[in-house]
Write a new protein. Structure first.
Length: 131
């Protein structure tokens, strides 16, 4: 990469790919839970989703800190709320209570979609404009 704008464009493209992976895992969870798939399948998807989300949010938060992003606290609060929900879904699954998993996962899919379209888009614009 030849200059900082190349870095910014690459980081935005990478973040977009990470969002697609995260959304794909969440959609897979919605389908698996909605179809009452076996506990091992649902658990594997949940484990991957939780681990991936933790890594994605950590890298995004690091970039926000490096860029001195002014909306850092509110953005991170969304991440914390999402992780609390994911961990709650995982705890329900571990306790053998699959009844609400599909609904909670669908709600989370909407929340994450909105987060990406608003907070993440604002941060991408902030990075792209070199602020």
């Amino acid at each position: 990469m030849s200059n900082i704008s190349d870095f910014n464009m690459a980081s935005n493209a990478e973040t977009d790919r990470e969002h697609e992976v995260q959304l794909g895992l969440l959609r897979a969870l919605c389908v698996a839970a909605g179809e009452n798939r076996d506990a091992d399948t649902v658990g594997e998807i949940l484990d991957r989703l939780v681990s991936y989300s933790e890594a994605h949010f950590a890298s995004e938060e690091l970039l926000m800190r490096l860029k001195s992003y002014d909306d850092y606290e509110d953005h991170v609060e969304d991440h914390l709320q999402m992780m609390d929900t994911l961990r709650g879904i995982a705890a329900s699954h571990a306790a053998g209570d699959p009844a609400l998993i599909a609904g909670r996962a669908t709600e989370l899919l909407g929340f994450i979609g909105h987060h990406i379209a608003t907070r993440d888009r604002r941060f991408a614009d902030y990075v792209r404009n070199g602020l």
